[in-house]
Design a binder for this molecule. Structure first.
Ligand code: SAH
Length: 344
């Protein structure tokens, strides 16, 4: 039996199969992988691509992750923080454009403490009872996650970054721990959030073995969402001299994740679009089914600079929506602004 059929039937992959998929030059077998992954997504979600409105709350961050342009040691990074009113305006714009999922993402900014953040989530929940609220605010206490959930948040994105604790220690400063990251993910799940984990493809020191552990982690954790995108080397970070992650490897991993965990909500990320002009379209063709157009105020867009050359920093929310919609339609898919909850 060929590797792809074997993966699809067992919903599992061996380390050697993973290596073979990531290293092959055989175009036909990659096309077979792509079609198999797309067929899985089609069978569950049809040709629908879910659009989520992204609001980037703050470029302040107390962490010092070695890969990220917003790390606290980067004195050149421009820092901004949206006011509560600006956040509500973004949601109002998004809602009038049809979005029914808001993703509030930011650096780990202590300004957005539980009191403020619960008030923000509660207000959005009250104004838009039919919308899903997704948070991506990094590591917080279990009590904080619970309070935000009680205030009305439904989903939480927290990439695990790598399932290998030694690899984790090479990507982060000593004060950040892999175990704590894992505990956060577990807590989020127990509280009842739809949870997203994920990792960068081609991050420094990543190997076939660490990727294998990432895929095994996804199999056991069974997240509702998985965010993966290529690592983008970023100036003023310790990793500025490392090579970028590969688009091709990202696409193959997207397809693999779709085959291992067919129901997953899988975004075609902005990082993928940053390293290839048709990156997000290719992501969809390899099994992704989510895309996140930006709703952040244009004045601050370019300052949410987690990595270099980030795309879509010049458009208004409406243009972003129209552009994404058109790109999706052009490759034969149908964009939708529905809540797009995970299908059990
Ligand atoms: N502070 C939040 C949101 C972080 S940004 C949190 O910790 O979850 C979201 C993701 O961007 C990160 O989890 C990381 O995987 C990714 N990212 C950061 N820097 C990157 C880079 N240089 N290239 C590609 N992706 C990056």
């Amino acid at each position: 039996m060929n590797i792809v059929d074997h993966i699809r039937e067992t919903r599992d992959v061996t380390r050697d199969e993973l290596e073979s998929i990531l290293t092959t030059n055989d175009k036909e077998s990659i096309e077979y992988l792509r079609r198999a992954a797309r067929a899985e997504a089609d069978a569950i979600y049809g040709n629908k691509i879910f659009m989520r409105g992204l609001v980037e709350l703050s470029s302040y961050c107390k962490n010092d992750c070695l890969y990220c342009g917003l790390r606290r040691s980067n004195k050149e990074a421009v820092r901004y923080r949206l006011t509560e009113e600006e956040i509500y305006e973004c949601c109002e714009t998004g809602h009038s454009l049809g979005f029914r999922t808001f993703v509030l993402q930011g650096g780990e900014d202590a300004w957005f403490n539980d009191e403020r953040m619960c008030r923000i989530v509660g207000t959005i929940r009250e104004r838009y009872p039919d919308c899903a609220i997704t948070l991506s605010l990094g590591e917080r206490s279990r009590e904080s996650y619970q309070a935000l959930y009680d205030a009305g948040a439904n989903r939480y994105l927290l990439r695990h970054e790598t399932a290998d604790s030694e690899h984790y220690a090479r990507l982060h400063p000593a004060e950040l721990s892999w175990q704590h990251r894992m505990d956060c993910l577990q807590a989020l799940k127990e509280i009842g959030y739809q949870v997203g984990c994920g990792f960068m493809v081609g991050s420094p020191y990543q190997t076939i073995d660490t990727l294998y552990r990432d895929l095994q982690f996804i199999r056991s954790f069974q997240p509702q969402m998985v965010g993966i995108g290529p690592f983008v080397a970023t100036h003023n970070t310790p990793f500025e001299g490392f090579p970028n992650g590969k688009v091709e490897a990202t696409l193959r991993l997207l397809a693999l994740i779709r085959l291992l965990h067919p129901h997953v909500l899988l975004p075609a990320t902005t990082a993928l679009g940053t390293l290839h002009p048709k990156g997000r379209e290719l992501g969809i063709q390899f099994g992704a089914n989510v895309i996140m157009p930006n709703l952040s105020p244009r004045a601050h867009r370019k300052d949410y600079a987690i990595y270099d050359n980030k795309i879509c920093t010049g458009e208004e929310a409406a243009e972003c929506r129209a552009c994404t919609e058109q790109r999706i339609r052009k490759i034969g898919f149908e964009s939708t602004v529905d809540r797009g909850d995970y299908k059990e």
